[in-house]
Write a protein that binds this ligand. Structure first.
Ligand code: SF4
Ligand code: SF4
Length: 151
């Protein structure tokens, strides 16, 4: 029996939704909100520091802030609760709902050609699910907790 904690975190494809930059409760979003708050009105200071500290790096602050705003804004509730906000063409979500299967690694069609993933994501999906089959989902989940999502 797969625990609810694991199902909340790991999407049917095996990727960790809770570590996705777009997840409402993910660390990337949380830290981005925290960093935005800590920076306050840094725009004004970035302009000053460029000349006062003679550091041209501060010229890039507006771009950095745009990225930070984007990370702080995204708020997906995860693949089991709503359509993936990033990858709208994902074929796994609809398929697992239709088949009533918790995970691709449990499917007798795995690895199938229904994912719509690009080559890189497809290879990662196959690798993740083979690891789950080998290690068990509990071990895979525990290991995934200390790894960044983007490796
Ligand atoms: S469903 Fe998609 S956008 Fe939402 S948390 Fe999972 S991977 Fe990220
Ligand atoms: S058919 Fe493919 S996408 Fe659907 S559950 Fe099986 S392995 Fe996953």
């Amino acid at each position: 029996m797969i625990s609810q904690t694991i199902k909340d975190a790991l999407a049917p494809c095996g990727l960790n939704c809770e570590k996705c930059f777009a997840h409402v409760n993910g660390n990337i979003r949380k830290h981005s909100i925290g960093l935005k708050a800590a920076l306050g009105n840094f725009d004004v200071y970035a302009k000053r520091f460029e000349t006062m500290l003679d550091q041209p790096i501060f010229k890039h602050y507006p771009e950095f802030k745009k990225m930070l705003d984007y990370f702080a804004l995204e708020n997906c509730k995860g693949c089991r609760n709503e359509q993936c906000k990033l990858f709208k063409e994902c074929g796994v979500r609809a398929c697992h709902q239709e088949k009533q299967l918790e995970y691709c690694f449990l499917c007798d069609e795995f690895p199938c050609s229904k994912t719509n993933f690009d080559k890189q994501l497809y290879e990662r999906w196959v690798l993740l699910n083979k690891k789950i089959q080998k290690d068990s989902i509990d071990v895979f989940y525990e290991k995934s907790q200390s790894r960044p999502r983007y490796v």
